[in-house]
Structures are given as C-alpha cells and as structure tokens.
Design a protein around this ligand. Structure first.
Ligand code: CA
Length: 673
C-alpha cells in the first residue's frame, strides 16, 4: 500500500470512534512496558502438531487466566465435539494433547483474559483453515504436496539485481474471458499450459516465459478477510491487504475453499509450475496491520500485545488501516520471522515483499533476511520503505528507505525514480522526465545509480531524497508502476491529454527503458507490457473485474509494445553491466555526459562493467517532445535502441558523431572495443 486508506477505513467515522472508545475503556489496564516485558516463546510448534503419539495444541498467551481448545468434527458443526482445558507451561504457552492423530478435525481456541472469555479464534498459527478461515483444520500436510515437490527448487539467484520482478494479482491475470484459462482467478491458473487468447497470443504461464521475467510477485495470497469464500459466484474482488490468517493460503483462490487441503495443494501446484518454468515466486506479506482490531486473531489470543498504542491506549495507526503491529516486541518479531520461514520451507517461496515495511523495525528486518538466507541463499527481501502515518516507533528504528543502510539484505522501492520519470503519483496530471516535464533530470540520475553516492550526481537537487541513502545497488528496487495508483497507461492518458495512445506507448517504452537499464532491481506491474489500463481507477483494491482484469486481446493490438518489453528484458538479463553489485563499481563505471537541453540524459557504462562483454554502453534518454542532438564518440557501435525500437542483438551499426535522438525515446549503443 502506498500512503492511502485501505478497505478497513471505509467504516463511517462515527462508528470507528465508538469502537475506539470502547477499546480504550476495556484495555487501558496494561501499559506498554509491561507488554514489552512479557516472556516470548522461541519454539516453532505453536498451533497444532500431529505426531505418532498424538495431537498437541499450543498457544502463546502469557496474560491469559485460562485457555481452552474446542475440537469440531467439521468446519460448520454448531457445537464442539469436545472442549479441552489447556495447561499453562510457565513460558507463556498453554498446551493440550489428544492421544490420537486428529486429522480431519477443526479447532478454535478461547482465551479468558481479565476475567472475561474472549471470542473463539483459530489462533495466529493456523496453517490450514476452513471456509473464511474461522476455524483451523488438522490435516496431513504430506497429502498436499504435488508430485515431484521434494525435488522442487526455485531459480538460483546470485544477486537480487539479477531478478526481473513481475507484480501480479491472481484474478487480474486470468479472470478475463480472453485469457483462455479454465481456472480463472485461481492459483492453478498458472499451471495451465498452451493457453492462448482468442486472437492466438500466448497467455498464462507461457506469456510469462515469453516475456522473460525471472520472478512473479503475487499480491497477498495468505488468507485475507474481505472476500466471502462461501459465496464465490458473487465474484468479489480484493487486493487482499486485509490479513486474517497469515500462515494459510487464501480460500477464494482455490477451487474448493471448504476443503482445507485444496488451497494448500493448489498453491503449491502453482509454485511448482512456475519453478518448472524457471520462474521464482515472491510473496507480498502484510504483517504491519490486521483487518480487525479487537477481533483479530492477535487480539483474541494475547490482547494488546501484538499492537502499538497511543498514550491514551487507543491503537496507533501507521498503516492507515486502523492499527499497526509491534515488531519491536519479541514475540511479534518471532512471529514475522517464523511465518516467512514457514512459507519459504513449506511452500518454497523465493522472495518476500513487505508492505509498509517501515512500520517494522530494522532489527526485525535484519533477522528476517538473515534467517531466510540460511534456508536458501537465493531468497531475497524488499519492501516499502515508508509508513502511511506516524508511529510510536522512533524514526531511527523504522525500516525506512532512508535507513536501508542499517539493514543487511533488504531492498527498498525507489519512489525517487518512479515519480521523477512519470510524474508524481498523487497528481494524475503531473508529468515527469519521460513525458516532457523539465527539472527531474537529477532525480532520474539518482535512480540510474540506484541512490548510491556518485561524483556526478547532485543529491541536493533530488525531488524526494536529498542524500545517497543506498550503500549498494542491491538495496534498490526501481519501478514506474505497481498495483498502487494509476497504471502507467492511465497515468500517461491523464497526464498527456492531447496525445495519441501511440505517443503514450512511446513514453511508456522510454519510462521502462530507464527502469530496466538502471542499476538496482527492475520491477514491473503485470500487463504493462501490453499497455493494460484500469480505466483510470487509481485505487482499485475492491473494484470489479471489469476494472482490474487484464484484457489479453491487448497483446494483439499492442504486439509492438510487448516485443519492446521482451527485448528490453532480454537486454538486461544478457548484460551484467546493468546489474552491478557495488556502489564503488557504479561510481567508477558510470560516467554522465554534459548535454544541452532539458529532459535529456546521456551516460556511459564503461570498462566492461561487472564482467560484461561490451566494453562501453552509451545510453541517451530524450524525454522531450523534440529531437535532441548529442555527440557520440567515434567508434564501431552497435545500435541497440533508437526511435522507439529495441533489439538486444542490435538494430544497426554506427560510427558515432553528432547524432539526432528522436523525441520521447531511448538511444542505446554498445561497442566491444
Ligand atoms: Ca479469506
């Protein structure tokens, strides 16, 4: 999320205020320091564990008076078949045992707190759930593994900068009739091969392979709150930034939410299918807030502990969604760390994108990266280095982009490049470097050098950040659009009102060429490569399919655009010069040229950078609507991109000299000697 309200905030203000008041009255008895001093549990067996000798339930709730577990025969049975009182273990946990393997049963916990029984909850460690996640399920996980799962591996990745990330929503990607996909809006949509649009173009996973991305980043795929899984024909849509059960997949993306194993098996099938295609899977995780406050699974197991509060006892709200979690407390930190590790081990997830990461503290993020790398060195982590409101967590501890140097193995999104290239995200009409607005050149250069210190980049002229906040290009994700805000197509339509779509497509090519040739890691929003739009809707988190679905007929209409993106990605993946790994290499190998005129940047990547076979790459961006002239040194150059066209193998050759650069285009040359 990007500094905007999510679905929770749709509550009428008066109603919200009423809830807050009750909350304060009920919960002011425990102060923040008491909460922080609670004993944390360092084990990984919370929830339910089924072994040879039986079934063990374990819940962490150090302030509870008593705890019981309710065992149900089914997800819908009105009364529990048995209720077992749990025993306190002295380390903040409560335990109950059954002397049999209770596969097929469902369970909830009840916690008594301050002399009052709280509502039933599946707990915070439910790994399998029934419809809408209201009850946890006891299943045999071995039965959820698709064939060949033991041998399943994601792509090996030396550095995050070798990744090309494609951000997609399951429903956007497959639900349109033109997708040709049978299991529309489902995890297993990505297991269908040889699917084509009505016009014969590849869709689904074959489209991803054709495009050449290395990783798909899937929007929230854990169990979220908003879509009613018991009424799927109503075709509700949501991005899913309203977490309910963090450790089980979302039911509406499965073919049968009523069967707890199905969503797990089908998500694994999706991941295996992508891995078999050589594509990694990054999961979008939203530990920074929950869909509910007092009724969240966190609150119903350990009231107040998992959240931060204001001095008056009310929930603080750095998420803009009504609450914020407290990663600075040990048990919440353990929770985040163990949860991502669980997804990495059980589901073979290859990377994690942290929503509103700056709500978390830098220590937690360091632990996340370190412990994930121990499982699989190819795993990478990035996040939004900002919050959506103020937080009690001191600024110096927040996982902000400006604090990225306090973190190891964590990357942040560069809003610098994003806003400078296409215009500010919050002002639809605002233009950027690629659409002819002068004054953003220096900020684009900050993006090109991945926000690292460079002798020719003047950070005092940066629009968003005024200092070189990254110590390494491994810390930066470059992008010009994502699920938040207007799609690039819509942004260009709103900011270039007098232009044609052909002119806007040129601007999109230039914008993405800047992203994909910059140092750091490139990131794109699904469908951009075929000029998809969202009909001008900027916050489409619950808009219908008619807004969000990708119409795959666009691939036919915009075949030229798709081919440009494909070649651009090929160029990047083929040439390590675009993927340097240290700030020192960037400072040494990137040399900016003096140029005349606005909206013009010219630079070279020299010295066979990062082991590239190309001795020098010359890159010129002309974001103006006029032809600009640059002087290219004499040499045997291959023309890679010119006048809105690109080929990784080369379009032509040139000897250099005074050269015209077409309006709104990138000009790229390469020489081997
Ligand atoms: Ca759900």
């Amino acid at each position: 999320m990007n500094l905007k309200l999510s679905n929770l905030c749709a509550l009428p203000l008066i109603f919200s205020a009423m809830i807050c008041e009750q909350t304060i009255q009920a919960q002011t008895m425990i102060d923040e320091s008491t909460l922080s001093a609670m004993p944390a549990y360092e084990g990984t067996d919370l929830g339910v564990t089924v072994g040879r000798s039986g079934t063990v339930f374990k819940l962490w709730s150090p302030m509870a008076d008593s705890v019981r577990v309710n065992i149900y025969d089914s997800a819908n049975s009105p009364h529990p078949a048995s209720v077992i009182a749990m025993t306190e273990s002295g380390d903040g946990t409560w335990t109950a045992r059954l002397d049999r393997q209770a596969y097929g049963k469902f369970y909830t916990f009840n916690v008594s707190h301050g002399g009052r029984w709280l509502d039933e909850t599946p707990g915070v460690w439910a790994k399998a759930v029934g419809v809408n996640g209201r009850r946890a399920a006891i299943i045999d996980f071995a039965g959820t593994d698709p064939e060949g799962w033991k041998e399943d591996r994601g792509p090996e990745l030396k550095n995050i900068t070798d990744a090309v990330i494609y951000e997609m929503h399951h429903r956007d990607f497959s639900v349109h009739p033109s997708s040709g996909i049978v299991n529309k809006g489902k995890f297993i949509a990505l297991t269908e091969k040889d699917v084509v649009s009505g016009l014969g173009d590849k869709t689904g996973i074959d489209h991803l392979k054709e495009l050449g991305v290395t990783h798909v980043h899937i929007l929230p795929s854990y169990d979220f709150n908003s879509v009613d899984e018991s009424n799927l024909p109503s075709n509700q849509y949501n991005w899913g930034y309203d977490p309910y059960n963090y450790n089980a997949p979302e039911g509406s993306y499965s073919t049968n939410p009523a069967d707890p194993s199905t969503r797990i098996r089908e998500m694994k099938q999706m991941i295996k299918s992508l891995h078999d295609a050589g594509i990694g899977v990054v999961m979008d995780v939203v530990y920074n807030h929950t869909a509910n406050n007092d009724d969240s699974n966190f609150s119903l197991t350990a009231p107040r502990y998992y959240y931060r509060h204001r001095p008056d006892g009310s929930y603080s709200d750095a998420s803009g969604c009504g609450n914020e979690t407290a990663s600075d407390r040990r048990q919440m930190q353990n929770y985040i760390v163990n949860s991502v590790k669980y997804w990495a081990m059980e589901y073979h997830i290859d990377g994690f994108r942290f929503d509103l990461m700056a709500i978390h503290d830098t220590e937690t993020m360091n632990r996340v990266a370190r412990e994930l790398k121990e499982i699989n060195p190819s795993i990478f982590v990035y996040g939004e280095g900002w919050t959506a409101g103020d937080s009690p967590l001191p600024v110096g501890r927040r996982a902000l982009k400006e604090n990225v140097n306090k973190m190891n193995g964590i990357a942040v999104f560069s809003d610098d490049l994003r806003d400078a290239v296409k215009g500010h995200y919050s002002d639809a009409a605002d233009r950027g470097f690629a659409t002819g607005k002068p004054g953003n050149e220096e900020t684009v250069k900050i993006g090109i050098v991945a926000a690292t210190a460079h002798p020719q980049v003047d950070y005092t002229k940066g629009n968003n950040s005024k200092f070189a906040y990254a110590g390494s290009p491994l810390q930066i994700i470059n992008y010009v659009s994502c699920h938040d805000d207007l799609t690039l197509t819509d942004k260009l339509r709103k900011s270039m009102p007098g232009s044609t779509d052909d002119q806007r497509k040129r601007a999109a090519r230039l914008a993405q060429t800047i992203v994909f040739t910059s140092q750091g890691t490139p990131f794109m929003f699904a469908g951009e490569e075929i000029f998809r739009d969202k009909k001008g809707v900027h916050n489409s988190y619950k808009s219908p399919d008619s807004i969000n679905a990708i119409d795959w007929r666009l691939k036919h209409d915009n075949a030229d655009q798709f081919n440009y993106y494909r070649e651009l990605i090929k160029l990047r993946r083929r040439h390590p010069a675009f993927r340097m790994t240290t700030a020192e290499d960037i400072a040494r190998n990137i040399v900016f040229d003096k140029v005349d005129g606005d909206n013009l940047i010219s630079y070279s990547i020299k010295n066979n950078a990062n082991g590239d076979r190309w001795k020098e790459i010359k890159i010129v961006f002309n974001g103006s609507g006029e032809t600009r002239t640059v002087k290219i040194p004499k040499g045997d150059w291959t023309v890679i991109a010119a006048d809105g066209e690109i080929s990784a193998d080369g379009l032509a050759t040139t000897r250099g000299g005074v050269t015209n650069i077409a309006p709104t285009s990138a000009y790229i040359l390469a020489r081997t000697k």
